[in-house]
Write a protein that binds this ligand. Structure first.
Ligand SMILES: *[C@@H]1O[C@H](CO)[C@@H](O)[C@H](O)[C@H]1NC(C)=O
Length: 392
């Protein structure tokens, strides 16, 4: 009979435990906090109040944004929260001020800084960048503009089903983060919009970008110094400047890029396909362990390119060579069409030649003929059918 008593004691404890851990997250609706879905009233304060409440909650918290347009100025969401599960569930559109002087040189429009365990589900972010692009195109003196969405020094981030429209500068930036998943992202901006990179990753590890479509005026994905364990899969790019590792090696002291996988991607009408780009100047940076696999090129100007002589405006680098060592880069199953005669170009550093470049099953044509390849200071191996004939 003794165990009966034990059971009676234990059962309520168990019940309490399960009950607590499955407690519905607290929800903060921005409308209840004063936000106006009219696209005109500044709703920044309501969003920040919702964040402050969610961040101060000891239970998982959801911030809900109902359908409608919400005008937001600079919106910064800071960490040191009491829970590590905050979800932004966005059914509406967040709109940046149409006057680009309001964000001016602030750098970031929506910024998460030092947060852990944040998810964003759905939502449209409208950066209203067209005015600033026009200003930049006119050669007038313009502010640099703001990145639409940034995560800085943050961990365990998930963004899914989000659309970023017409950012002033970069659309999404991941900086100094660990364990970030971006999936089902749509980026949309004019092919002639300046500096509107789709997703930029730097100084971060364990970033995954899946099932996304990026059409913009600069790199679809740009990969900066200090990126490790990056996985990109099922991404469509175009218009845009392709997927680019770099520019690297601008600074003398710079962390390297390591273990990057780019898989099942399509480039349509882009300036580049898969590119590695470094400044032609001394640097401690490096690139090591990159796999480009199952890539389709449709009318791409530079489908496969390594350029280690980047020196915009020929300032601060003429006559110098890149210190960035590039090794172990594999191109496997790369097919399609080039918009220029040279489809494969490896222009590597004279003092740090590229090594361990592997070409496997590559076929790139130009006007229905085999395209051409050019190599400088590049070594490696080929296997399977490789067109253009390798110059490694
Ligand atoms: C490379 O990165 C992937 C994630 O993108 C990870 O699963 C894998 O373990 C990493 N490989 C090494 C050798 O660290």
């Amino acid at each position: 009979m003794v165990w009966h008593i034990n059971l009676l004691l234990v059962f309520p404890l168990l019940f309490n435990f399960f009950n607590r851990s499955s407690a519905a997250p607290v929800t903060y609706n921005v409308l209840s906090l004063g936000a106006k879905p009219d696209g005109k009233t500044d709703s920044t304060k309501s969003f920040v109040s919702a964040w402050t409440a969610a961040c101060g909650s000891e239970q998982p918290a959801t911030i809900y944004v109902p359908p409608g347009r919400y005008l937001l100025q600079k919106a910064y969401f800071n960490g040191k929260c009491k829970n590590n599960a905050i979800t932004f569930h966005i059914d509406g559109t967040l709109v940046a001020p149409s006057d680009y002087n309001i964000l001016g040189n602030v750098g970031n429009w929506i910024l998460f800084e030092g947060v852990t365990g944040v998810s964003i589900r759905g939502g449209i972010l409208d950066g209203q960048g067209t005015g600033l692009w026009a200003c930049k195109a006119s050669g007038r003196n313009c502010p640099s503009g703001a990145t639409t969405l940034s995560f800085s020094n943050s961990n365990n981030i998930v963004v899914s089903g989000l659309t970023s429209l017409n950012s002033q500068m970069f659309h999404i930036v991941v900086n100094g983060c660990h364990n970030v998943k971006l999936q089902g992202i749509k980026v949309l901006a004019s092919g002639s919009s300046p500096n509107t990179d789709g997703i930029h990753v730097q100084l971060s590890s364990g970033v995954t970008i899946l099932n996304s479509k990026i059409s913009t005026g600069d790199d679809c994905v740009s990969i900066g110094a200090g990126t490790t364990d990056l996985w990109i899969e099922n991404v469509a790019c175009g218009p845009g400047h392709g997927i680019s590792i770099g520019s690297l090696g601008k600074d003398l002291q710079e962390p390297g890029v390591q273990n990057v996988t780019v898989k099942a991607v399509t480039f349509k009408g882009t300036q580049n396909g898969v590119r590695i780009k470094t400044w032609g100047r001394p640097s401690s940076g490096f690139v090591s362990g990159v796999l480009f696999q199952h890539v389709i090129m449709v009318n791409v100007q530079n489908p496969v390119v390594i350029d280690q002589n980047y020196c915009p405006g020929n300032i601060n680098c003429p006559g110098q060579v890149s210190g960035v060592k590039i090794r172990d880069v594999t191109y496997r199953d790369i097919h399609g069409t080039s918009a220029t005669p040279v489809a494969m170009k490896f222009d590597c550093s004279k003092t740090n030649p590229c090594s361990g470049i592997t070409l496997e099953d590559v076929k790139l044509t130009y006007q229905n003929q085999p395209a051409a390849a050019s190599c400088a200071n590049a070594g490696g191996t080929t296997s399977g059918l490789v067109v253009p004939t390798s110059c490694l």
